[in-house]
Design a protein. Structure first.
Length: 96
């Protein structure tokens, strides 16, 4: 026998208001950590803190922390900063 479930429909205001995140800046009350160090250039939604994209990309590439595994934000940072992670090494004397 199938039972019908009551569903409460929520109406959104028709004034064309968008969420604050879609307008650019995220309100500080949504951020767990509002302190932003000078070197931090993005907000990590998984750990809710400000972080450096290069550090995030390094952790993603080298799998240095299990908590950062399979993170879409980390993959995006790795794609954007992959060029900065290339190590150029010269064997022997000074480069010519």
């Amino acid at each position: 026998m199938r039972h019908l479930a009551l569903v409460k429909a929520s109406q959104q205001p028709s004034g064309g208001e968008e969420k604050a995140a879609r307008k650019g800046r995220v309100p500080e009350d949504m951020l767990k950590c509002s302190y932003r160090p000078p070197s931090a250039d993005f907000y990590c939604w998984r750990f809710k803190l400000w972080y450096n994209t290069l550090d995030c990309a390094f952790r993603t590439q080298h799998h240095t922390f299990e908590g950062c595994a399979r993170c879409a934000q980390g993959n995006f940072n790795l794609k954007a900063r992959r060029r900065d992670l290339v190590v150029k090494r010269f064997l022997g004397g000074p480069p010519r």
